[in-house]
Design a binder for this molecule. Sequence first.
Ligand code: SF4
Length: 395
Amino acid sequence: MRHLYIHIPFCHRRCAYCDFNTYANMDDRIDAYVQALCAELGMLARQVTPGPPASSEAAALRPTVFLGGGTPTMLSLGQMERVLAAAAALVPLEGAEITSEANPGTVLGRDYLRGLRALGFNRLSMGVQSLHNPTLRILGRIHTAEEARQSYAEAREAGFDNLNLDFIFGLPGQDQAQWEATLDTVASWDVAHFSLYSLILEERTPLYAQVTAGRVSVPDDDAAAAMYEAAIERLGAAGYVQYEISNWVRPGEAPEVLPGTPARACHHNLAYWLNSDYIAAGAGAHGHLYPRRYSDILGIDDYISAVGAGRLPVAEVTELTPHDLWAETMMMGMRLNAGVGEAHFAARCGLSLEAAYGEALADLAGQGLVERAAARVRLTPRGRMLGNRVFERFL
Ligand code: SF4
């Protein structure tokens, strides 16, 4: 297998906007969880037969291990080492992209960061979210803007040059000038990679309740769209390449992975966008081994018990049809600026793009929403703004 996602469902405190499968005040379970996780990885290594990459584009990706959460950096270095050793039974770590998400409030200084680097982690993804302290407080983040900047600087000093920073726009109290100032500041930090997301108000979160009760206001859709356009303009002017709807990377010396996709793009996420197979492990993790998707048990204690009883902690399996595979290959791939390659589609789906979607693509091209060139199909700038009109044609 070439791609592995590992979920670490612990956080010091839940952020006001978060609906991920993560739990606060359960730190006393971390060690038992790591033990269960390693056992699950061992079971998966015995049961999953890796297939070849689906296409030459998929084969160009590095193998990847991605620790997400939650807050993986709540694990000690010893626990991280155990997890990576168990992951090595599934994914070849030699030459792999090995990422951990990191909350700047939990990255415990240079020694911890150097330790991660020494274990083999070669990419960090830090959730900074905002450089505005009042906003960080409303979001319930456990760090200030200065602490985030300092964690980033320490990570660089510890040898992490392939580093992503996450930011959110459309935040409570945020205006265009504040967002543009944030973009200009971080563009001067020499960061390898940015992921910028528009705030999504998820039901059942404290922030959703505050906004619907009128206690907190957020920018409207037009204002958020203007912020997105400012990101495209300012990061582009600072030399970043936008290779996916929400992702920007600095170009480097190495050859591109896909057309318009520099080598330091996130290979793990590229595996998702190429609709590749990947294994997932950990409470609530979602895996994709065509013709199935599966998800693990959500709760930490239930997860530990299931693994302790010697069974794979799978909660749900969804059987996929060939048509699901075609549609997902299109909807994921069209998020990329490179779009979908005809050869990749044919190799992954077993029929030509023309046979699956020729008529729909001709119609969408006629409306100026997609363009076809060099054996690829991609969204036009207008198609990007009206993505839903395009995606519904693949379902
Ligand atoms: S740190 Fe991340 S995963 Fe944890 S509560 Fe906040 S947003 Fe959710």
